[in-house]
Design a protein. Structure first.
Length: 81
């Protein structure tokens, strides 16, 4: 099985999407340690929701789906199956 770490997922914009689209509406947020690319926990909002300014939430992903898939392929091509 091939893997990428959470730092790489962040570089792809995936943590923002996971947080914004799935976790934040539930009052949760993924955290990660940028030193090792690990995520050990989810943060729980004190008031039940993570709310951000509308302009911040309307920022489109920085990479297209094709660019994201290419990066993943690049990162995993050296890994053993």
């Amino acid at each position: 099985m091939k893997t990428i770490n959470w730092n790489q997922a962040s570089e792809l914009g995936l943590i923002v999407r996971i947080n914004r689209e799935i976790l934040h509406p539930l009052g949760l947020a993924m955290s990660r340690n940028p030193e090792n690319g690990a995520s050990e926990m989810l943060l729980v909002s004190d008031d039940g929701a993570w709310v951000y300014a509308t302009p911040l939430m309307n920022v489109p992903p920085s990479l297209s789906e094709a660019e994201t898939r290419a990066k993943i392929a690049e990162w995993t091509k050296e890994q053993q199956v």
